[in-house]
Design a protein. Structure first.
Length: 372
């Protein structure tokens, strides 16, 4: 791994090099990212309504840390490390509903607020203090009906990071807060998570790789803007009858909005009835990741346009990008490539890669701080 001071990154995208190629393949960099990025960032979990009743829970894994989120008897949503304080067995799997958390290994029991309730024979343990054996808590917050967790108890609040982005999303989709998760799609991908984010943050590739998307949207009206830890780009629907899916002329959402929140969650609103897609780019290793896609709509009874939109996104758009991800990852291992440059043309916003540059600076800051 090359270790120069700035790795060629410059504050001006037009003067900057990209991150070094070995940052996409290095086990050392990946281990640092675990500690400096994924233990400090807000991690998408799922829909809040799916843990609405008392005792309802769901699980997630942040790289190598198992977490569960549960609705307490007091109605409060809490998150904990998914590990028994006795001998480290996982406590719950998947999702469901429980009135108490009982470890399947030795039966140690916890209340829904994480308090230790009891275990066989604990009275014989010298110096055992039940009040000190509650579950280790994790930050949990919600926005637009979605759950996020953060392993850093001192991290900035979710809405402090996402507030300006949320305002943009509400402008484009007024019914954003009342949507229902209708479809989920997962795909293992032979590429580093940063390759997925890089691709998500620019549309320079769209004219080459996404013919139907170009037919759906008017890229001549492309707009981009950013905040400290979020980005947005937007464009209008070009015509109702296109190669992707048919859009009603009277549809509530007229413009597509693609947003991203540090470090690895993208949100997209498509022309049509009120809708939201969540693209969670999950790292699984230095050169592997999982694409998690959740699709939210006004109702689980989809109309023809929404069904066509899902079919097109899952059957055409995602596969087109997946081919790009995996080909880029192969290229990053090549001896013929070490780093690239950014296109940042102020006159052609649809070609602009300044958001990729912003992402690279954020990654660089975190990784280099962890390597010191």
């Amino acid at each position: 791994m090359r270790m120069s001071d700035d790795h060629g990154l410059h504050r001006d995208a037009n003067r900057s090099w990209t991150l070094p190629s070995d940052w996409y393949t290095s086990e050392e960099v990946f281990e640092v990212e675990k500690q400096t990025i994924f233990t400090r960032g807000w991690w998408y979990v799922g829909a809040e309504c799916e843990v609405g009743e008392t005792g309802a829970f769901t699980t997630t894994t942040i790289v190598d840390q198992d977490i569960f989120v549960i609705r307490g008897q007091d109605g409060v949503l809490r998150a904990f490390y998914n590990v028994c304080r006795h001998r480290a067995h996982r406590l719950v799997d998947g999702s469901g509903c429980k009135d108490r958390i009982v470890c399947p290994y030795h039966g140690w029991t916890y209340d829904m607020d994480g308090r230790f309730c009891g275990g066989r024979g604990v009275d014989s343990i010298v110096g055992f203090e039940p009040g000190s054996f509650g579950l280790a808590e994790v930050r949990v917050e919600t926005m637009i009906g979605l759950i996020f967790v953060n392993l850093d108890l001192t991290a900035p609040a979710l809405r402090e990071i996402a507030g300006p982005m949320l305002a943009d999303m509400h402008t484009h989709c007024p019914l954003l807060d009342g949507l229902t998760r209708v479809k989920s799609h997962q795909l293992e991908t032979a590429a580093n998570w940063k390759v997925l984010v890089d691709n998500d943050l620019e549309s320079y590739h769209a004219a080459i790789a996404h013919r139907s998307l170009m037919n759906l949207l008017d890229y001549s009206g492309f707009e981009i803007w950013e905040h400290d830890f979020t980005t947005c780009h937007a464009m209008s629907n070009t015509n109702a009858d296109n190669e992707a899916y048919q859009v009603d002329d009277n549809a509530a959402v007229k413009r597509a909005l693609y947003t991203w929140m540090w470090p690895n969650t993208a949100f997209f609103i498509a022309p049509g009835r009120a809708n939201l897609g969540v693209f969670h780019m999950v790292p699984t290793g230095p050169q592997t990741s999982v694409q998690n896609w959740d699709f939210y709509f006004e109702s689980d009874e989809l109309d023809d346009s929404e069904r066509s939109y899902l079919d097109w996104t899952i059957g055409t758009l995602i596969p087109e990008d997946t081919v790009l991800y995996e080909n880029v990852q192969r290229g990053l291992r090549s001896r013929g490539y070490q780093a690239g440059r950014f296109v940042a043309d102020p006159n052609r916003a649809e070609w602009d890669e300044r958001h990729v540059h912003m992402f690279h600076k954020l990654v660089h800051n975190e990784v280099t701080s962890g390597l010191k």
